[in-house]
Structure formats: structure tokens, C-alpha cells
Design a protein around this ligand. Structure first.
Ligand code: HEM
Length: 271
């Protein structure tokens, strides 16, 4: 066989080793795989796994109706109410560093915070304005839920949870109003708690109150005030309600509320 006709043998091509990036290496580690248990390709299955495998994301349903997430359907009022609540929590805790809930110090602590503490005025106003705004957004949220008929089955239970949230929000606002311990606070709470006299069954001037043995010194108003008129015990009671009890219950019910939105198939679609 001549040299020309000899078959040429091409050596096998060994594939060039692909260099793994640091990120790819990290994703292969056991630590990473123990936390993120899904692949990263944008496929419907991976999207689902990403959502159900994450404690925060799993609050969202895997699929949502396109119309339901449109701004004009919800006005974002539920989400904004929650956002404002978070602002109130953070600024409220910061305010607690400067405020003592006693008749002796409360007023002067607020003045000190406002005029001497750096950014104190900003802090106080952030808390105040967020509280005003939350009242408005919660009412608008309820109005929108009503207008879109979202209180109908299967969401009637969540409407009930919402009513409790509305009550808690209003009561938080009312208890916070006394804390500056100025004239406005004293008289606003005097007027507000006087209404409690007329509570059915529980107020000494309310329907069936006297028949049930309610007196000015044992009815619901007395329980709120810690006395027969606004005074130092009222301040302490309102402080504890405002800073511990009411935020705690609001957080519990908001959790149920969000869980229920999720279980009822996500936000209702536009009619
Ligand atoms: C602290 C107060 C509240 C917060 C933070 C809150 C938050 C939310 C959020 C984020 C949603 C998802 C849809 C949206 O943003 O509109 C929602 C849905 C809903 N909320 Fe509230 N909410 C509150 C009070 C209320 C009140 C006062 C009611 C009625 C009495 C209510 C009844 C409902 C109902 C029925 C749904 C389901 C609506 C649907 O599927 O379209 N909520 N809420």
C-alpha cells in the first residue's frame, strides 16, 4: 500500500474540561443543597419547588390569577396596611427606649424625645403618621374587599378575621393616643372611655347593664381606666395594651389572615 492510500487515524478528541464557576461549585455543596432543594432552570416544576420549599415564599400560592394582582383590583391596601404595621413596630420599639409610662415622666419624655434626641422628631412623626395612614388603608382595604365581593364564600371566614383586625387596629390607635399624656390625650380618652359606660351588658349605663349589677366602679369602663376617671393607672394599662397585648394579637390574627388568603386559593379574581 502506497503511503498516500494509507488510512489516516485521527486521535480521539478528549473534551476540554469545562471550568466550573465558584457559584456552580457552591451549588453542589451539601450545605447549599440542604437549603435549596430545587434546580435553577426556569421550568414550571422548578418554580413550584422554589415556592413550596421556602418558608417565606410558600405563603404565596404557586399560581395566581393575572387579574387579581392588578393594582386596580386590590389597590395594594392589604399589603400597605401590613407594611405600615411593620413600620409602626420598628419605630414603636425605638420610641420605647425613651419613654417611661408614668404620670410623672410620660409628658416630659415625649418633649425630650421631640426636641433633644437626634432624629427624635422624625421618629415620633414616623410613628404618628404611619398610625394615621394605617387606619385609612385598613378601612380602604375593607371597602375594596366589599366592592369586589371578596367576602363571599369561601372567604367569609377571612372577612371575620378581618373584622377582628379592624377592631385591633382601631384599639391600637386609641390606646396610643393617651401615651403623650398631654391635654389632648387626657380629654380624648376621657370622652372615648365615657362611651364605654353605654356598652350593652358591660356598661353601667348600657342596656341590661344595671340589671346585671354593673356600677361605675365595676363595669367595663372601670376595667379600661383602672379607676373611675383617667389617671396614672389608665396610662399604665394603655401602655401595656398598646405595646404588648394588642400588637401580639394583631400579629397572630394577621398570620391567620394571610394563611387563609392562601388557603382560599389566593386573592379573589376580578368579577
Ligand atoms: C391589619 C389589617 C389588615 C391587613 C394587614 C390585611 C391584609 C390583607 C392582605 C395583604 C390581603 C391580600 C389582598 C389584598 O392586599 O387586598 C388581604 C385580603 C383579604 N382581607 Fe385583609 N387585611 C387587614 C384587614 C382586613 C379587614 C378589616 C377586612 C374586612 C373586614 C379584611 C378582609 C379581607 C378579605 C376577605 C381578604 C381576601 C380578599 C380577596 O381574596 O380578594 N382584611 N388582607
Amino acid at each position: 500500500m502506497s503511503e498516500e492510500n494509507k488510512p489516516t487515524i485521527t486521535p480521539p478528541v478528549t473534551p476540554k474540561p469545562v471550568k466550573e464557576s465558584l457559584r456552580q461549585k457552591l451549588r453542589k455543596t451539601q450545605v447549599w443543597r440542604s437549603m435549596f432543594r430545587h434546580d435553577y432552570k426556569d421550568t414550571p416544576k422548578n418554580r413550584t419547588l422554589a415556592i413550596i420549599g421556602n418558608v417565606f415564599l410558600h405563603l404565596h400560592p404557586v399560581k395566581v390569577l393575572r387579574g387579581a394582582v392588578k393594582f386596580k383590583h386590590t389597590w395594594c391596601m392589604g399589603g400597605l396596611s401590613f407594611f405600615l404595621f411593620l413600620v409602626l413596630l420598628v419605630t414603636g420599639v425605638a420610641l420605647m427606649f425613651y419613654y417611661r409610662p408614668t404620670a410623672e415622666y410620660a409628658y416630659s419624655d415625649m418633649k425630650y424625645l421631640q426636641f433633644d434626641v437626634p432624629f427624635g422628631m422624625l421618629l415620633r412623626n414616623m410613628h404618628r403618621w404611619s398610625a394615621h395612614a394605617m387606619i385609612i388603608t385598613v378601612w380602604l382595604h375593607m371597602f375594596r374587599v366589599f366592592m369586589t365581593g371578596s367576602y363571599k364564600p369561601p372567604r367569609e371566614f377571612n372577612w371575620g378575621v378581618g373584622v377582628i383586625l379592624l377592631f385591633l387596629t382601631m384599639f391600637l390607635s386609641f390606646t396610643g393616643y393617651l401615651l403623650p399624656w398631654d391635654q389632648l390625650a387626657m380629654w380624648a380618652v376621657t370622652v372615648g372611655t365615657n362611651m364605654a359606660r353605654a356598652t350593652p351588658f358591660l356598661g353601667h349605663e348600657g342596656p341590661f347593664g344595671p340589671q346585671l349589677g354593673m356600677r361605675p366602679d365595676n363595669d367595663v369602663r372601670f376595667a379600661l381606666l383602672g379607676g373611675t376617671q383617667v389617671g396614672a393607672p389608665t396610662l399604665l394599662r394603655f401602655y401595656v395594651l398598646h405595646c404588648i397585648a394588642l400588637p401580639f394579637f394583631l400579629l397572630v390574627f394577621v398570620t391567620v389572615h394571610f394563611w387563609r388568603v392562601r388557603k382560599d386559593g389566593g386573592i379573589s379574581g376580578p368579577l
